[in-house]
Every structure is written in C-alpha cells, then in structure tokens.
Ligand binder design. Structure first.
Ligand SMILES: [Zn+2]
Length: 479
C-alpha cells in the first residue's frame, strides 16, 4: 500500500487539507481544545467532543507528532455566576468540585488528560486577560462603555483590514454599527460588539477583580484567547471544539487574538480549526424533559462501562451528527466482546513468545493508517479492524497461526489500540452494574454529596457487596 499523509478538514478553508504544523521539523504540534464550563456534570454530548479531541491527540502521536495538548477549564462565566449565586458556595469551592468530576469522567472514558500545567483555569489568568484587553484598547479596537464594561468593536476591527467572519459567513448588511451584546452566547443574526470585560454588578456577588476599567470579570471568549496564547504562543497549529462553539466563541477568539496584532507577520492565530459535530440521543436533541439527557455517570449507573461509551462515541466520523442510543451501547458491548475474544485467543497462543523483528508493517496497521489519514475516517478504520478480527478467527480455527505469528498480530493490535484506547478487557470480579454503582459513589463523594454516597453504599449492601475505602481507592467485596 502506498504511504499516505494525514489530511484533515479545516473549518477555516472549508476543505480537507494536508495537516502540517508550523514546526519546521514537522514534529511538534500545539493543540488547544476548549474545555468544560464547570457549572454542572458534563453530558454525553460534551463528551463526544472530548473523546474526539482525544482521538485527534492519540492519532497525531501515532503518526509520530509530539503533541502539546492544552485544554482550559472555564471557571468564571455567566452560567457559573448564576449557579454560584443559587448555591451560596464560593466560586472556587463550586468550580473545584465540578472540575474534579469532569477529570474523573475523562479518565473513565480513557481520554488522555493534559498535564496539570496545560489545564489552565481562567481565574488564574486574569493578568494575561487584562493585558490582552489593554492591547486591544491601545489599538483602538476595544472601548470602554459608560457602565465600565469593555467591548470589542467589530467596525474598528474590520476597519483595520481584519476579517470578521472567518469561520462562518455573516451578514453585515443586517448589522447596526455599535450595537452591543453583553451575554457570552448569542446567534449570528445579531452580530454586535461583544463584551471583553464585564463591569461588576450586584448579582456577581464576590466574583470580581480589579482592572484598569474598574472592578469586573472577563467575558468567556477572551479567556480562551488569553490562555491559548499564554501556553502555546500567539500563533499555533490546531484548535478544536464542538461545532456549537464555531460562532460566536471561536470567531471571537480569532478576532481578539488577531486584533491584538501579536502574531508574527503573515501568520494566523490558528492554522487549522477542527470542529466535532452534534450528538443526538435516541434520535432527538438532548433535553432533561425528554428523558434523553445522560451524563457519563448516568450511563455507568445503568451498568455500561466507560469503555463501551468510548467505543460507541468513536463509531462515527467526527463531522457527522451521531445518534447515540442505549441500543447502540449494547452494540458496542457486542463489538468489544468480539475483539476481546479474538485478542484473548491470540494471547493464549502467543504465550510468552517474543515477536521477531519484522521489517514489514502489518496490513492491519497500514489499512488503519490509510483510513485515519483520510480526515479520521473511523468508519473505514473499524471496517479494517473487523475484517482483521474475522480473518484472524478463521486462521485460529484452521490452526494456521504459530505462536510467533500470534505475537506479531497482537503487537499490531496494540499499536492500533494506542489510538482507539479501548484497553484490555476488564478483569474485575464484580459485575458491571455493581462497578458502576461503586463509581457513582466515588463521584458523589467527590462532589461532596455524602447523602448520595451513603445511599449507594446501602444499595450495594442490599445487592450483596460491601465497599471498602483503601489507600488505593475503593474495593468491592462480596458479602
Ligand atoms: Zn474556548
């Protein structure tokens, strides 16, 4: 098979193009993914984006790139402030609980979590945010309104030769110059000057910082511009997020970052934009009232594993709307069982045989690589995997495999699995629904919901299991 190169769709150019990082050696990739706004448990639609980002990172690493993966934690924003007010907790206490839960959910789905220094919190980057707004004010692109808030001027930005509407087409004819929008979320029919710094209002409670424009807090969009450039530099390779963030969030990130004029001449803020499509659940848009709103822990409590959820989320191309169903999770369970059975038999046959070095790349790896190089075509990649499972089962049944061949086949599978991240079949003694309950209890404890944690302990006991908290985490024992 001819060697292929990685091609990805770029929202900026609206076409599939070869992915090449700025690094002249073609090795290091700076990658930023918009992280969670920590005001609630993440739902399965959010996690489709994070599993997609994990796939991109893992595939880049498989392709030999060194990925500098940054994901922010949005810990001050309109919705968070509302919830802080409702709960009466401090901002820090409120967001720390949901941040822990989010990181635990990521691990449950076997997503590679960026190292701590690459998990920037907005509240820890207020000086960088103020510095960026000051640059925009100094260039005449941002202005202070009479209430003390600072807005980004679309008109001034466009007036200095910059383009607003790089990721989406916008109708400027319908726009009234100078109209302003204070909230972080708005639709593209009402393009308007957006808030960079929001002046303190009584509803903000204790959430405010001093600034050259008076006390207040940052807008959501400027947080990502400031944090991404602080960690990856003013111009970097790859920016990911869900497609719902394309406008206004990502468009505004470009405007703020390029408006500040900090990039080297001729370089954009971001070279390559990747957006993951929406998720439907049981054929409909997720909503709590329809009963199709699932968090990761809801699904664990139903007895599914993080591995099964990950497998299902990885079954469709990132650019297609995907219909997530409970029946689909059962299907993922069956698919994993087929893979586990095949890999298990190979392991048995291989025993402790050491693979001999072979100069040729196995067909499983070349087929998988060709599929993934084509804009991460996972459907084609899964077809390669299941053809391999079928052929391997056939060879095993016909006693055609030697231990050395089985060892080589396992090595090829393990290379693929560095991307798929399915891992080995779990060997825990407790059945999946019991493990799920135990996981839910851990989550409840982390969220400081001790009443719920105790209720789960009682439920486990009623089902014949006792949970013991050890230094290495909770352990389940049959009563
Ligand atoms: Zn963002």
């Amino acid at each position: 098979m001819e060697e292929t190169r990685l091609h990805l769709f770029n929202t900026l150019t609206r076409q599939v193009e070869e992915f090449r990082p700025f690094d002249e050696a073609g090795k290091t990739v700076g990658m930023y993914c918009c992280g969670p706004t920590v005001y609630d448990f993440g739902h399965i639609g959010n996690f489709r984006t994070f599993v997609f980002a994990d796939l991109v990172r893992r595939y880049l690493e498989f392709r030999g790139f060194k990925v500098n993966h940054v994901m922010n934690i949005t810990d001050v924003e309109d919705k968070i402030i509302r919830r802080v007010r409702e709960t009466g907790k401090s901002l820090k206490e409120f967001t720390a609980g949901y941040t822990d839960v989010f990181l635990q959910d990521l691990k449950e789905l076997n997503c590679l979590v960026p190292e701590e220094k690459n998990l920037p919190r907005a509240t820890e980057h207020i000086p960088q945010i103020i510095d960026l707004i000051e640059k925009l004010v100094a260039r005449g692109i941002a202005y202070r309104a009479t209430d003390g808030s600072v807005y980004f001027s679309i008109e001034k930005y466009r007036g200095c030769g910059c383009r607003y509407g790089q990721l989406v087409n916008l109708n400027f004819e319908a726009m009234r110059v100078g109209e302003r929008v204070a909230s972080d979320e708005y639709d593209k029919e009402s393009v308007a000057d957006f808030a960079l710094w929001k002046a303190r209002v009584p509803d903000d409670g204790d959430v405010f910082w001093p600034s050259p424009w008076g006390e207040g807090r940052p807008g959501w969009h400027i947080e990502c511009s400031a944090m991404s450039m602080a960690l990856l530099g003013p111009s970097f390779d790859l920016h990911l997020g869900g497609e719902d963030l394309t406008f206004p969030h990502h468009e505004d990130e470009i405007a703020q970052s390029e408006g500040a004029g900090v990039q080297p001449a001729g370089r954009p803020f971001v070279k390559h934009w990747l957006h993951g499509a929406h998720l439907l659940v049981e054929g409909k848009k997720m909503s709590k009232s329809l009963g199709n709103y699932f968090t990761v822990r809801d699904l664990l409590a139903k007895g599914f594993t993080g591995r099964e959820i990950r497998c299902l989320l990885l079954s469709a191309s990132y650019r297609e709307t995907f219909n997530f169903t409970l029946a689909g999770l059962e299907g993922a369970r069956a698919q994993l069982a087929r893979i586990d059975e095949c890999v298990g038999k190979l392991r048995e046959l291989a025993g402790s045989t050491v693979a001999s070095a072979s100069p040729s790349v196995p067909a499983l790896v070349t087929g998988f690589t060709a599929a993934m190089d084509s804009d991460l075509n996972v459907s084609a990649a899964w077809a390669v995997v299941f053809d391999w499972v079928r052929d391997t089962n056939r060879s095993l049944a016909a006693n055609e495999l030697t231990p050395a061949l089985a060892t080589a086949a396992l090595a090829a599978w393990e290379r693929l699995d560095t991307v798929l991240g399915l891992g080995a079949k779990p060997t825990g003694e407790a059945p999946a629904d019991i493990v799920a309950l135990a996981n839910e209890r851990v989550a409840a404890k982390k969220a400081k919901d001790f009443a719920r944690a105790d209720a789960i302990r009682a439920e486990l006991k009623a089902k014949g299991w006792v949970v013991e908290d050890t230094a290495k985490g909770p352990k389940l024992k049959k009563i």
